[in-house]
Design a protein around this ligand. Structure first.
Ligand code: NAP
Length: 291
């Protein structure tokens, strides 16, 4: 099995490449706009799979990690973001179907309006921001295609490596710096650890899963709860956590409230056991001085 990862220079794409290669899978990774050693240059807006100069018949899956993932950027530069997130990804998917490659699309819990929570794969999608609308557009495009595909609907992804720039480690650093953190009590989500995520992608490909799956942990939190769990669990004396509502958070576009999702379907399909936030807090505590 050979795998193509579009956007292998990004946070998730680079971790996926490392994990699949560790599992002995040959990966062709792409980058844009930077030129990066070991990655092929590929712009989802106008590049063609033929430009990759690889034997496309050997590629089984194309994991589409490419895109503008910042909600404000999708609102501010909506035309550019639409070109990459919708037109560009549709072009990638059309080429997958043309060459018999199974597209694996990274969607998001932002496809939901956040009025209900505990969303399953059967719940109706109704995004409240541009980013979510882009994800829904590609989900609907794949579902209507009747072709083979995997849609993975991700919740917020976090790591526990010091200074990895993800939201849990940055909460810890900010608290240690004595910062005041405004944390919403009403935005609920099921953050997923990057190691669980790369495992799920590998197992889903290896077991030839097809269809739509929520890729999120089994634990739901508000950012306020998480910040307090970190402060008390890591015994951080500095910093202050202030309650607020998600509508008070400075954002150019709507931020949905309760976007927690159920992950029963992928747990049953892979007999997978997700890691616990409490374990990650213990892991951070051991080397807290590095954060
Ligand atoms: N991280 C999360 O918590 C999360 C949650 C839900 C869904 N997702 C989705 O998962 C995917 C990966 O997220 P991420 O956090 O890894 O984002 P990221 O770090 O921003 O990675 C995005 C990747 O897309 C590439 N890219 C940007 N414009 C491109 C273009 N025109 N053509 C080809 N590639 C392009 C970027 O290349 P450069 O790095 O060279 O710019 C980068 O490799 C995104 O679709 C995101 O919406 C992420």
């Amino acid at each position: 099995m050979k795998v193509l990862i579009i956007g292998a220079s990004g946070y998730i794409g680079s971790n996926l490449k490392k994990h699949f290669e560790k599992k002995g899978i040959e990966v062709i990774g792409t980058t844009f706009p930077e030129k990066i050693e070991g990655l092929k240059f590929f712009n989802s807006v106008d590049s063609d799979f033929k430009d990759l100069d690889i034997d496309l018949k050997e590629i089984k899956y194309a994991i589409i990690c490419s895109g503008i993932s910042n909600i404000n950027e999708c609102k501010m530069n909506s035309e550019m973001a639409y070109k990459i997130n919708v037109s560009g990804n549709k072009k990638i998917i059309q080429q997958c179907f043309k060459y018999g490659i199974v597209p694996v699309f990274l969607s998001s819990d932002a496809v939901f309006d956040g009025l209900k929570g505990n969303y399953t794969e059967l719940d109706e999608t109704n995004p409240c921001n541009e980013y979510g609308k882009h994800k829904k557009a590609i989900e609907d495009y794949l579902i209507k295609s009747k072709e083979e595909y995997i849609i993975t609907r991700l919740s917020k992804v976090f790591g526990t490596k010091p200074k990895d720039g993800t939201f849990i480690t940055s909460l810890v650093s900010q608290l240690k710096e004595g910062k005041v953190l405004n944390c919403a009590i009403d935005q609920i989500f099921c953050p997923v650890h990057i190691e669980d995520l790369v495992n799920l992608f590998y197992l889903a490909c290896e077991k030839n899963l097809r269809g739509l799956y929520n890729f999120c942990s089994t634990e739901s939190f508000s950012r306020y709860e998480l910040a307090n769990l970190l402060k008390s669990g890591l015994d951080i004396k500095q910093g202050k956590i202030v309650k607020c509502l998600i509508k008070d958070i400075n954002s150019l576009d709507c931020l949905p409230q309760n976007i927690s999702m159920r992950s029963d379907k992928i747990i049953d399909a892979l007999e997978y056991k997700f890691s616990k936030m409490s374990d990650h807090i213990k892991e951070i505590k051991i080397k807290i001085e590095l954060y």
